[in-house]
Design a protein around this ligand. Structure first.
Ligand SMILES: [Zn+2]
Length: 253
């Protein structure tokens, strides 16, 4: 059964507690399409390839983690931005985007899902003082060799992660934050993590890892952020009887 677009948006906004977050982009309905939604396509980023796949699927709405209208981006609707918006508007497809609220949600969020898929237990917020902070810390059920943890990550993400440290060492206490959260490595050190996992790496991250004696793993920004939007799409499909399909547009970063 189709659901009114406004009901769908209101449900997600409440579920993810969107009003609580100060973000770099608007969260929620970013581009309005047709008034009722039955076919939902989800993906990590609202790139042109995802839009075209959604058109092909005859989607009513697209749900993403990385939408549009980022703080500091050029505002004129020209070039790539014109083509993307034209594709949505021509086909009357809505764009729903949830950034930090989807990273942070304790069950459906990117961090919660990645932690669950890697078998983390005793999961807590990496920064317990800030209820909107993203990133988690937890334990493996028993100490494991880093090389084995890397194998699990590679199996899950379908790519070989970048690792700094001795892979023969064992780890148990693990901190993680999906996406481009390499700058949180200091928080992971302070929290006493043996290993810090995120999506991307910067040049200084390697030196911090070596000198602080913490294992660092960059497993891919896209690769670590596939799971929240899929979980949210599946939740919405069950809640509203929607057809939902996650479409993965490969991204090596
Ligand atoms: Zn991201």
């Amino acid at each position: 059964m189709p659901v009114p677009l406004q009901d769908l948006v209101r449900h997600i906004d409440q579920l993810l507690d969107v009003a609580r977050f100060r973000d770099y982009c608007p969260n929620g309905l970013q581009v309005e399409g047709r008034a009722r939604v039955h076919r939902l396509v989800s993906g990590v980023t609202a790139c042109q390839a995802l839009l075209e796949a959604a058109v092909e699927q005859r989607a009513d709405a697209i749900l993403v983690h990385h939408g549009y209208f980022w703080r500091g981006e050029a505002e004129p609707v020209v070039g790539m931005k014109r083509r993307r918006l034209a594709t949505l508007l021509e086909h009357d497809i809505s764009l729903l985007a949830y950034h930090l609220p989807l990273d942070a949600h304790p069950e459906l969020g990117n961090n919660a899902r990645l932690g669950a898929l890697l078998g983390m237990i005793d999961v807590q917020r990496l920064d317990p003082g800030d209820a909107t902070a993203v990133g988690n810390i937890g334990h493996l059920s028993a100490p494991r060799k880093v090389v084995d943890v890397l194998g699990d990550i590679a199996q899950l993400t379908g790519r070989t992660p970048l690792h700094v440290g001795n892979p023969e060492q064992s780890v148990r206490r693990i901190a993680w934050c999906t996406g481009a959260a390499q700058s949180y490595i200091g928080q992971a050190v302070t929290a006493g993590a043996d290993l810090y996992l995120t999506g991307e790496a910067s040049e200084p991250t390697v030196h911090i890892a070596r000198e602080e004696g913490i294992h660092f793993v960059a497993a891919g920004h896209h690769a670590t952020e596939r799971y929240g939007v899929q979980a949210l799409g599946e939740h919405l499909a069950a809640e509203f009887g929607l057809e939902h399909r996650f479409i993965d547009i490969d991204n090596p970063v």
